[in-house]
Structure formats: C-alpha cells, structure tokens
Design a protein around this ligand. Sequence first.
Ligand code: ACO
Length: 324
Amino acid sequence: TYRSVVRGIGSYLPARTLTNADLAQMVDTSDEWIVQRTGIRERHIAAEGEVTSDLAIHAARAALADAGLSGDDIDLIVLATSTPDNTFPATAVTVQAGLGITHGAAFDLQAVCSGFVFALATADNFLKSGAYRRALVIGAETFSRILDWSDRTTCVLFGDGAGALVLEAVPTDPADTGARGVLTSHLRSDGRHKHKLYVDGGVSSTRSTGYLRMEGREVFRHAVGMITDVIEDAFAATGVDAQSLDWFVPHQANRRIIDASAAKLGIAPEKVVVTVDVHGNTSAASIPLALATAYADGRIKQGDMVLLEAMGGGFTWGSALVRW
Ligand code: ACO
C-alpha cells in the first residue's frame, strides 16, 4: 500500500490588500467591530482580470519549486474552488495547461470552505490506491467576485488567495503510524443547511453568478460542534490526541470559531495556526495558505503531526491528520 506524503507547498496572495479602514469607507462598519467579531484586519483582493486559475498557477509553481519537481512529475490535479474562472471547463485544466502538463487528469471539486479538506481526501485516495503517483492539491478562490459589496454582514469577511500541496504516493507499511503522510480523513455534509450559506445565483437557476448570502449567527451556532465532532473521528481512527498534535491548522473563517474549537478539544493555543487576521476567509484556499505560512516561518517541520479541519457551505465539514 501507499501513503500520500507531502513533498512541497506553495501559496499566492494578490498584491492588493483591503484593510478594515478601507471597508469603513465603503459600508457602515468599523475596524473595531470587524476585529472584535472576526479577528480579521485585512484581506487580499485579486486585481481586475486576475482570475482564480492565475492565483492557482502561482501557488502550484511555488509548491513544485519547494518540492524540487516540475509539471512533468505531476499526474493528478484536484483543485478546490467555488469561484471557477468559467462554468466549464474546470479551472484545474487551465492550471494543468498553464503548468505545461499534457498527461494525467485534472478536475475541480466544490465543497466551499471545506473544499481543501475534500480535495486532499480525494487525492489521497487516488494515490493510496496506486492509480496516480503525484498530485497537486490546490485551493484557490476569488470570493471578491461573489460578494455583495454593499452588504456589510458579508463583504467584510472574505478575501482572495490560493495554496497548493504536492503529494506523492510512497510505499508504506500501513501499520507504521510513525511514517509520514496523510493518516486519515473524514468528510461530512448535510444539505438541509443549504440556505444558511449559499450564493443566490447560478447557471441552472438564474443564468447569473449571484452573490454570497449568509445567516452568520446560524453558521456560527453549528460550526464548533461540527468541527469538533469530525476531529474526534480523526482522533478515534488514529489514536492521535490533542496532546500528541504538533499543529492545528483550521479553516480560517473567524477567530472566535477557531478559538472555541481549539478550547473544546483541549488543543493548546500555541499549537493553533491563525492567519485569518491577514487573509480573511479565503474559503478553500485558507488551509493551504495557513499551512504555507507556518511552513515558511519554520513552525511546521518534517515529522510534525498536523491536524486540518474545515466547515462551510452545504453544510460540508471535514478533518484530516497529516504527518508532515
Ligand atoms: N459592521 C458593523 N455592524 C455589523 C456588521 C459590520 N460589518 N455586520 C453586521 N453588523 C451588525 C448587524 O446588523 C447587527 O446589528 P443589529 O443588532 O442592529 O441588528 C449586529 O451587528 C450584530 O449582528 P450579528 O450578525 O448578530 O453579529 P454576530 O455577533 O453574529 O457576528 C458574524 C456576525 C461575524 C458574521 C458571526 O455571526 C460569524 O462569525 N458567523 C460565522 C459565519 C462565518 O464565519 N462564515 C464564514 C463562512 S462559513 C465558514 O467558513 C465556516
């Protein structure tokens, strides 16, 4: 059997930042309100004409460089996004072409903010089965394009960005819990919650793109329970616990959700990677952006036990444990 081992990581943020003070000029809000309720101070916004695949290609190139690999070495691309360049083809095939890859397969995956965990789990299963050898798992979003910039309850929360991991199938003894790679992943969804967080348009319903709509308080009310449940599943499957973790890298939606989840699980605050303050909620890109930040500054090192978690529209939610 194989295990999916992390070979490289990379990320990309658009150059332009939008601060809370900038937003206070656009809608009736304040830096104090946004920081207190969400922990967000600034977010990056894609330039006019800069599309999701552009962000993804930058992140993928950085991940390949980190791995010391080229596009030729990749035979699978799974790209998580809710803001694709076009309705079709998949943004992943644009990324594939941009990287000069003409073999293997590339496809998009849609699980909103949980997209990266779903994409990681999907790629992991293809690699474990021996079907593919090396995968790019990408989360890339331009949520700025689906925000109603006159709605202060949503437009202050999100940002644009992309992150990518290179995973490689490495032959491993399944009983060797010390071996590097993805140890377990757990995915969940419950469509009864659709209207709490959705986009009010789409090809088949309105023939338009629509805008993000959210019942923030309802999302908040469900988030911590769902997140901690699916992490308990990961702990139960592996015997890993809050003490034996090195890093907790949650989806970056809101500082209060992150802190409450960590506290409920007994994860020490110094093990929690937080980037929501400077990235905002970048949906499927938030986890690889946070991973890339903690890797670049030397926190995450080879052999570390890293717990990933996300929850978002659908609702969808999931967790993954990775020995880095
Ligand atoms: N600036 C100033 N005031 C605001 C703003 C704003 N940007 N937005 C809302 N308000 C006002 C509201 O109008 C309301 O005023 P009222 O009392 O006069 O009606 C007041 O602030 C309180 O609004 P609530 O929505 O009750 O505020 P709450 O404390 O719930 O915070 C927030 C809102 C931050 C959205 C919170 O509910 C939250 O974080 N929810 C989770 C949602 C989330 O993170 N979604 C991300 C996508 S899902 C995911 O990734 C997990």
